[in-house]
Design a protein around this ligand. Structure first.
Ligand SMILES: [Zn+2]
Length: 290
């Protein structure tokens, strides 16, 4: 067989005949391995590569076949692994996928597909650099919401979706302090209740307790009006809106500053417990506080 492989065909006809005679032949595993060994390290001309690519075009592989290919590729180097890529090359690859060239351009992905993509991305680590870039991509005119007027219905949907997200992912230090105090006093509470503004702690019947971080809520006492990003400067307005809305619905809103809890926690926590007990005893839920 190895002789045959090296044979140069005299005419196209002869080549075709050989190819015809080879069709339908089933090779043993060993033989296929040998053939593959004979092919490794060969440099195919661009012309040949093009031809090979044409042979395979339009072929539909069965799921089983795809699986086999996938398995055979596991652990194999791509040939470019570890080789640094030039900036121009990166730019070129990135440009290739931009706008109309992107496989998802103009497509509306189903909820199911988006969920799958999101599942696939879970647990992936994103460097700070990439994060900063992503943030810039979505800013200003490029934001999907820029210049749009959202209907009340859409706004409500966003609000509901936002309530379901637990923010932040970890309880902060002052929150933990309050939580342990409440547990000690035997007061039952709920964390990150799905209400407007997502109260850090909710106590039946109607107490919404917010523990405002000094940085995120623009605490003037601690950090002053330094060069904060705009969204933090607006934070007090958002907080006021949340207070007002909740109060209109009959909730009692208590807001505590992070610095107050950490600096003078015993005194403050005791008076907090007193207030909570007072509200619970009188059941102030009936009277909406305006
Ligand atoms: Zn503060």
């Amino acid at each position: 067989m190895s002789l045959m492989m090296k044979k140069r065909y005299e005419s196209l006809d002869e080549r075709k005949r050989t190819s015809e005679s080879m069709k339908g032949l089933v090779f043993s595993e060993k033989h296929r391995k040998n053939l593959s060994i004979a092919m490794t390290g060969r440099n195919l001309s661009n012309e040949t590569k093009l031809k090979l690519s044409f042979i395979n075009k339009g072929k539909r592989l069965s799921d089983e076949h795809k699986k086999k290919i996938g398995l055979s590729l596991i652990g194999r180097s791509t040939g470019r692994k570890g080789i640094p890529v030039s900036l121009e090359f990166k730019q070129m690859m990135s440009d290739r996928m931009k706008g109309k060239n992107h496989p998802n351009f103009g497509k509306h992905l189903s909820v199911e597909t988006r969920r799958k993509i999101s599942e696939g991305n879970k647990g992936k680590k994103v460097s700070d650099e990439v994060r900063a870039k992503l943030r810039l991509v979505c800013k200003g005119e490029k934001s999907y919401i820029y210049g749009k007027k959202l209907s009340e219905k859409t706004k409500n949907l966003i609000r509901i979706a936002r309530m379901k997200q637990v923010m932040p992912f970890k309880d902060s230090k002052p929150e933990l302090l309050i939580q342990s105090k409440l547990i000690n006093e035997g007061i039952v509470f709920e964390k990150h209740k799905r209400l407007l503004g997502q109260p850090d702690i909710f106590i039946e019947p109607n107490i919404c307790l917010f523990v405002d971080g000094c940085y995120w809520h623009n605490c003037v006492t601690c950090v002053g009006n330094k060069n904060y990003p705009d969204f933090i400067k607006f934070r007090p307005f958002v907080d006021n809106y949340v207070n007002y809305k909740l109060m209109m619905d009959g909730f009692i809103v208590i807001r505590l500053w992070e610095h107050d809890i950490i600096n003078n926690n015993d005194e403050l926590l005791n008076s907090l417990i007193n207030s909570i007990n007072y509200i619970k005893q009188r059941d102030l839920s009936i009277v909406p506080v305006v």
